[in-house]
Structures are given as C-alpha cells and as structure tokens.
Design a protein around this ligand. Structure first.
Ligand code: FES
Length: 323
C-alpha cells in the first residue's frame, strides 16, 4: 500500500481479522461495493450477518455481508456514502485495492428461519444488502421465497444480481403506492408458516410491521433489521459511574456512552453500534435510562436494569453501571 489515509488501525484485538481489499466497484451514484480477502480462510457465516469495519481510532461501522456465506473466498459489503455521517462510509469510499482493513468476524442478528414454509423478503434502498444474502441462501437450499425491492430510480444497487437469482420472484418498485399494492395481498393471503423479513429505513420497517400486525401476523413471524444510520446517539452530557472501580466517566453531548467507555479503556463488546445487535448490553445498577435501541423488549426496558450504551443514554445526570 503506498498511501497512508487508509492505514489499518493498530492493535488487532481478540478475534479481529486483518483482510485486504480485493476489488472496489461503484454500483451506482454514492454506493460502492468492496470485497475483502484474507491471508487465511475466512469464516463461514449465517445469511443476514454483518461485520464491523474498524476505522479511525477505536471506531467501527457495521455492514451486511452480501456474498456467499459457505466457505467464502471473500467477503463483500456495499456502502452508501453518507456525507453527514461520522466519516466511516467516506473512509470506505476512499479504500483502494490492496489496502489492509481490520474487521470483526461475522455476527448474525437477522438470520432466516430454517423451518419457515415461505420467506417474504422486503428491501428498502441500501437495506437490500442482507436481503441479497438471504436470497443466496434461499436459492442454494431450494427454499420458497419472494422479494420486494423498493428503491429510488437510479439507486438500484445489486438489482442485477438479485434479478439473476430471483427471476420472477423479484418485484422492484419505485413508489409507495406500488409498494403497498404488491405487499398488501401478500400479507393478507400468506400461508401459515410464512416469515416476513424487512431491511430498510425505520419508517418502512414500522409501516410493514404495523400492516403485518393488522393482517393478523404474529410477531414471531415478523423480522427486521433496522438500517439506522440516522439513530441519534447524542444528547445532554451525563456521567457513568462504574460500580466496580468507582470511576466516574463523563459522557459529552456528542459522543455515545459506548465511545466514552472505550476511550477510558473500559472493554465493552460491541458490533453494530446502532442499537440493533444486542452485543454491547450492560447491566445498570442505578439511574434512569433514555432507551434508544431496537433490541430490548418493552418489558426489559421497563425493568430498567440493562441498556445498550452504543445508542442509549442516561435520562438524568448520572447512571451507574455494573462495570
Ligand atoms: S453494539 Fe449493537 S446494540 Fe450496541
């Protein structure tokens, strides 16, 4: 590698993997596919899994894997550049073939249900990435499925690949009316044992879940992965007291509790940093919580003894953690 902008972060930890950029491909305006190869065999993964890509100092973004999941000879991710974000997507858009990158092993939080009789897969925008992974697996294992892919004209990332895999099981829509005219009959006529998977913006996920509930779908058959780059992690400053050491960790207005803890050298496992995967869950011993995650159940929130520090904050001046 001759340029230094994308030098990998130092200090591989634990199960981190050091991989090399194999290819980069601009799929459409602002969306780029990057593939990684490893010096050693890359682990297989469950469809719908994601990896964390480490960039900057102690920062990571998570991205769904879009390539084959069994004995993969590469990992592929697709990243939409977000100029209003923290810089992770721009960092990836600056990667070049041959650059080395530190990633976490794949983790699954959006796996297909193997006993489902039929899979209805719904993708909104860049939310197509885990859906493509599900489709690959469904084709490989001869599962019954259908896909609705909603995207803006010209923002058709991975549409060709999806079309090749799906044939007439793929419906592409460009507006809300078209979306509902295809989805509503599916929700109303689904056979018992059908599972519904949605990945896209929060509003889309909420609307699909509400429509499924109204059509009589039990919650156990409705799955989603939030594409939540817009999740708000900032807010009023507060402090976290670590019960085991008594240390008080200040959390500024623009940083997450997780970032503040990691900066102080407090090891907290984490992956998605979007309140989705549940990896960073910590036990709370005192203080009220401003829950912002998509992981905990309403009952767990009401108990008030656990929180996701990647997105959630103290509701008051201080929160005490079992750390
Ligand atoms: S890191 Fe995934 S929920 Fe916090």
């Amino acid at each position: 590698m001759t340029h230094t902008v994308n030098a990998p972060p130092t200090g591989l930890t634990g199960t981190d993997l050091l991989v090399t950029v194999g290819t980069v491909r601009e799929l459409c305006d602002g969306i780029r596919e990057v593939t990684f190869t490893g010096a050693q065999a890359l682990p297989s993964f469950t469809p719908g899994s994601h990896i964390g890509v480490r960039w900057g100092t102690g920062v990571q973004n998570s991205y769904s894997l879009t390539g084959p999941c069994t004995d993969p000879d590469h990992y592929a991710i697709c990243v939409r550049r977000d100029d209003a974000g923290r810089g992770g997507s721009a960092w990836i858009h600056a990667l070049r073939v041959g650059d080395q990158v530190v990633i976490t092993p794949p983790r699954s939080a959006f796996a297909p249900i193997s006993v489902a009789r039929h899979h209805v897969l719904i993708a909104g925008g860049i939310g197509v990435t885990p859906i493509l992974s599900h489709v690959r697996a469904a084709v490989q294992w001869h599962r019954s499925f259908e896909v609705i892919y909603s995207h803006r004209p010209g923002q058709d990332a991975l549409a060709d690949e999806l079309q090749n895999l799906c044939g007439d099981r793929l419906t592409i829509v460009h507006d809300v009316d078209d979306f509902w005219s295809h989805l509503t009959p599916i929700l109303e006529d689904s056979v018992l044992g059908t599972h519904l998977y949605t990945c896209g913006p929060a509003m889309m996920i909420d609307a699909v879940a509400a429509a499924a509930t109204a059509a009589g779908w039990p919650a156990q058959r409705v799955h989603s992965e939030q594409f939540s780059s817009a999740v708000a992690t900032g807010g009023a400053p507060f402090a976290a007291r670590l019960r085991r050491t008594g240390v008080l960790v200040p959390v500024g207005a623009d940083v997450s509790l997780l970032e503040a803890l990691l900066e102080r050298g407090v090891a907290v496992p984490n992956l998605c940093r979007q309140g989705v995967c549940g990896e960073c869950r910590v036990t709370v011993r005192g203080g009220r919580i401003d829950h912002r995650d998509f992981y905990l159940t309403d009952d767990e929130r009401a108990e008030g003894d656990t929180m996701m520090p990647c997105v959630s904050r103290a509701a008051g001046d201080q929160v005490e953690l079992e750390l």
